[in-house]
Design a protein around this ligand. Sequence first.
Ligand code: PMP
Length: 307
Amino acid sequence: MALPKYAFFEGKIVPYSEARIGVATHAFNYGTAAFGGLRAYWSDEEEQLFLFRPLEHFTRLLNSAKILAAEFSYTPADLTAIAVDLLRTENFRENAYLRPIIYKADEKIGVKLHGLRDELTMFSVPFGKYLANDTGAHATISSWRRIDDNMIPARAKINGAYVNSALIKTDAQRAGFDEALVLTEDGHISEGSAMNVFVVRNGQILTPPITDNILEGITRRSVMELAAQELGMPVIERSIDRTEIYLCDEIFMTGTAAQVTAVTKVDYRPIGSGEMGPITTRLRELFNRVVRGKHPEYRHWLTPVYE
Ligand code: PMP
């Protein structure tokens, strides 16, 4: 990965080499930080960079920070303005990924959340595909379980919690799979390592409810709206059993990095025809157009970076 040229750090945009934290920083020692991940899409036609749903992403980030007892006066609109400023400074004319982090910045020993200084940082890098095989991924069911809301809140995007995702991803890849689906403690499908999951079964699109320890994905929410509005298929939120995964007609995963990724095989069992299915194909195409500003009805999801 190419390094960012700049970062927002301690209140201003600085050269990336100046955005440095000490090894005693609380967040580095204990994982006490919350982060976000946004994509910005370059449109050649409009010579414009579109930041996808920043208000929703920054609302979730501030909610995660709230769970970490962070005290911040920033609003989602303030964070959007900083993000736009940073992307402009980088002067990107290609697709990019933006990573904001709110972290416990004191250089202090002691496990707790309160009484610590909270800081915001952001950086951005050019970004392409996340999963190489995004039209025909082979997934496994992870032997790890998804973190539970009463352990490390799953609906918050907390840095330390991503050890769970990393264990899931590494074991899946080392076993020869592209991705993994992970179960809740009670054995229902929760999501992937860093993406939400949908299945198509008997003509219905299903996805686990937000009470099955999922991260409340912005892409998930967007795809649910596109399915209802454009395909006339409102998505049903309900718990999904492990073996429904083997028997369904289509599976796709959604996330900022993954976008809409088709899963066509799970544990060596072909899903449906074993090829990317028609509903996944349509939603994927629709999503890829919407994020580049090609659907006027969804332009309000996009914040243009350049004037
Ligand atoms: N689940 C997890 C654990 C994630 O890290 C992500 C990526 N942020 C998602 C789901 C998808 O969320 P979003 O669509 O908001 O990127």
